[in-house]
Design a binder for this molecule. Structure first.
Ligand code: BGC
Length: 717
């Protein structure tokens, strides 16, 4: 297997020397794929192809012309499920397993992770992304990338940027103001580059503020390579390139897939015509070869696919799935006492067709599948009759209710599937498909001991949520979903998940409701920085279940935080120590969440910006046995208190000509000449809790700052 990725390629790398020996046409050939998954071979210099593979929840390897993987893979939980673990260490373990499988399939580049944000419940690819929160997304992405690259495979963070809907995704313009871009949508990419050292970046299909991302020099040359110092490979999304010279000048290196259309020979022609400098082509070819060199891909061509189904990967995936299942409500029913059950009823389409992953390029064909119904029958054994009624079709509602009346408990497994949640289309409704809501209502009405399991990759409406005895959100939890779900139902595993995304009461409350997906081909991110809980809190809107929420089978006490200082000055960092104790009778996990509330949070700041009421800035998951206590250490730097000021140099010139500003009784807003990260001086509140709505303790820290932008080399906390 390939060695661990080297952190830095030396200046006089083999790749750089090879570029010096390539002809212009050979260099251009390296800038485009030759087929779906390979870069070009240069036989004269012994340069082999590099194989790439999707994707976030498994190494798909080669695919049929219809896009179906040819060989099976381990299928880890999808993005939202990984997001629900709130556990970077566990995400790292799962990502390392995917990377090992990529190597077994001869691939040294993995097209993952997906770090776009859950802007709207109906985005078709929500399931593939981690969360509505940029910090949770960023932390998990860093863990994912480090683990993949630690196993000798290059990670590809995608899709830069503004790809939060599928509707007209190749042409729509995501219109996002600069502050929102920096504070939310670019943040996970910034972490991927600056903290994790990701080796490759994939551009998105869409335009951003009117500019097609592969041609966006401000974004690629300016922010990515200039400000963040990215030295790796920038590739297109598949078939996502349309202009040659513009993209080359912007800093795009590789067009995928092949055969070449806008790069390759077209790029060679653009260089010969003087439209692109040859030095830029040299850089692009060098970026391909450097990546190949870093992952050991210059010495050996990709081999045959040899996918392995290992027991340890099954066990890891099962642990990860259980850690992602969110217990939303429990009115004393769970965990079920297996020994006391004589007859249970199982209803709902996902009891026999669980959705382990979503559709599109993230879809993985696992080595084997089990259904919740099968696993329940196996685990409950002959002592308990497990009656099944899907509950669909004519009379299915009625039959289920009749059967429910005589059962010791009812388990309704409802949800979506890869045809409802997938790539290249958005959902049209937040409701469960078909007549599932009616099915749930009727079995809940017939039997008060009903547990509802929602198996979806994104929020669904839960109109009957007050009427069931227990409610579990089970995201697309990978190949071991069924076993992990039964582990949780029977109390053999604690439900370790916490919501990575708010579950709204109704779609009309969602932040992007008024501007999703697009209007005249523009997706206006009109809610600005108020994504997810930031929106519901600022607007005082009720939610079905808040961001970060999730119950355990045990109970925890979170103690008051201890701060390493009560002030934070330039360049300093603050340590927040939080005591946690398991006060219940079972082992379980708790997620300690630390939010920062700026001075005047929820109102406009001195610059006229509406600041969120509070924002997640740090978190940690602890696993504790009954009675056990631990201290969780969280750290905050200045960026945790900062916001992006777009600044306005013009204002100063205009103000000089019109010195009397009319502010109509409002305070004159603060203006700045230089864009950047700024901190408002003053007392910031630190809120420690178990969800955005369940804050156990507050503390205060006095932060200095204000005049100058923060040093851009500070870690992006
Ligand atoms: C997706 C990418 C994926 C690529 C290759 C595109 O349609 O947007 O995420 O990596 O296909 O399958």
């Amino acid at each position: 297997m390939a060695a661990t990725v080297r952190p830095e390629v030396p200046a006089a790398s083999r790749a750089a020397a090879l570029v010096g020996r390539l002809t212009l046409d050979e260099k251009a050939a390296l800038t485009a794929g030759v087929d779906s998954w390979h870069t070009a071979v240069i036989p004269r210099l012994g340069i082999p192809a590099l194989r790439l593979s999707d994707g976030p929840s498994g190494a798909r390897g080669d695919t049929s012309p219809q896009g179906v993987p040819r060989t099976p893979s381990i299928c880890i939980p999808s993005g939202t499920a990984l997001g629900a673990t709130w556990d970077p260490d566990l995400v790292a373990e799962a990502a390392a397993a995917v990377a090992r499988q990529a190597l077994e399939k001869g691939a040294r580049v993995l097209l993952a992770p997906t770090v776009n944000l859950h802007r709207h419940p109906l985005w078709g690819r929500n399931f593939e992304a981690f969360s509505e929160d940029p910090v949770l997304t960023a932390r998990l992405a860093v863990a994912y990338i480090r683990a993949v690259q630690g196993a000798g495979v290059a990670a590809t963070v995608k899709h830069l940027v503004g790809n939060e809907s599928e509707f007209e995704r190749n042409t729509a313009s995501s219109d996002i103001d600069e502050r929102t871009l920096r504070e939310l949508y670019l943040l996970p990419f910034e972490h991927a580059v600056r903290v994790a050292g990701v080796l490759a970046v994939m551009t998105s299909y869409n335009r951003v503020n009117g500019c097609h991302v592969p041609d966006d020099a401000r974004l690629l040359a300016g922010v990515l390579r200039g400000e963040w110092g990215f030295r790796g490979l920038v590739m297109t999304d598949w078939f996502g390139l349309s202009r040659t010279a513009e993209a080359a000048r912007a800093g795009l290196d590789l067009e995928m897939p092949g055969p070449a259309r806008s790069y390759g020979p077209a790029l060679a022609a653009a260089v010969r015509a003087g439209e692109v400098e040859e030095a830029r082509l040299d850089d692009a070819a060098r970026h391909v070869l450097e990546l190949q060199e870093r992952v050991g891909g210059l010495d050996a061509p990709p081999g045959e696919e040899a996918p392995l189904d290992r027991p340890e990967d099954r066990a890891l995936t099962r642990r990860c799935a259980a850690a992602s299942i969110v217990l939303l409500a429990n009115r004393g029913l769970l965990p079920l006492d297996a020994g006391a059950l004589r007859r249970i009823l199982v209803v709902g389409p996902n009891a026999t067709r669980p959705a382990i992953t979503g559709g599109g390029s993230a879809l993985v064909v696992p080595h084997y599948r089990l259904t919740p119904l099968q696993v329940l029958r196996d685990r409950l054994g002959p002592g308990c009759e497990v009656v099944h009624e899907e509950g669909a079709g004519e009379g299915g509602i009625r039959r289920a209710a009749e059967l429910a009346r005589g059962a010791d408990a009812v388990i309704a497994v409802v949800g979506t599937d890869p045809d409802v949640e997938g790539e290249s289309f958005d959902r049209v409704s937040m409701d469960l498909p078909g007549d599932q809501d009616a099915l749930v209502s009727s079995v809940c009405g017939a039997n008060p001991r009903t547990v509802v399991v929602v198996n979806s990759g994104a929020p669904v409406s839960l109109p009957w949520r007050e009427g069931c005895a227990a409610l579990l959100q089970c995201y697309f939890a990978g190949q071991e979903l069924s076993s992990a779900l039964v582990d949780v139902l029977l109390g053999e595993a604690d439900p370790g998940g916490r919501l990575p995304t708010t579950l709204p009461v109704r779609l009309e409350h969602a932040p992007a409701f008024g501007s999703f997906p697009s209007e005249s081909s523009h997706v206006r991110y009109a809610e600005g920085p108020l994504i997810g809980y930031r929106w519901y809190e600022a607007r005082h809107l009720p939610v079905a279940f808040p961001f970060g929420h999730g119950l355990s089978y045990t109970t925890f006490e979170i103690g008051p935080p201890k701060l390493s200082a009560t002030t934070l000055g330039p360049g300093e960092r603050l340590r927040v120590t939080v005591p946690v104790r398991n006060t219940g009778g079972r082992s379980g996990s708790e997620v300690v969440q630390l939010y920062v509330a700026p001075p005047g949070g929820g109102r406009r700041d001195p610059g006229g910006r509406l600041r969120p009421v509070k924002e997640l800035r740090a978190f940690a998951k602890v696993h504790l046995a009954p009675g056990q206590a631990a201290e969780v250490e969280l750290e905050l730097g200045e960026r945790a208190f900062a916001y992006w000021d777009v600044a306005d140099a013009d204002w100063f010139a205009l103000q000089a000509r019109h010195p009397v500003s009319v502010t109509h009784g409002h305070d004159a807003p603060l203006h700045r000449e230089r864009a950047g990260w700024y901190v408002d001086p003053g007392v910031h509140r630190l809120l420690v809790g178990r969800s955005s709505a369940d804050i156990a303790h507050a503390a205060e820290v006095s932060v200095s700052g204000g005049g100058e932008p923060l040093d851009p080399s500070l870690p992006p906390d």
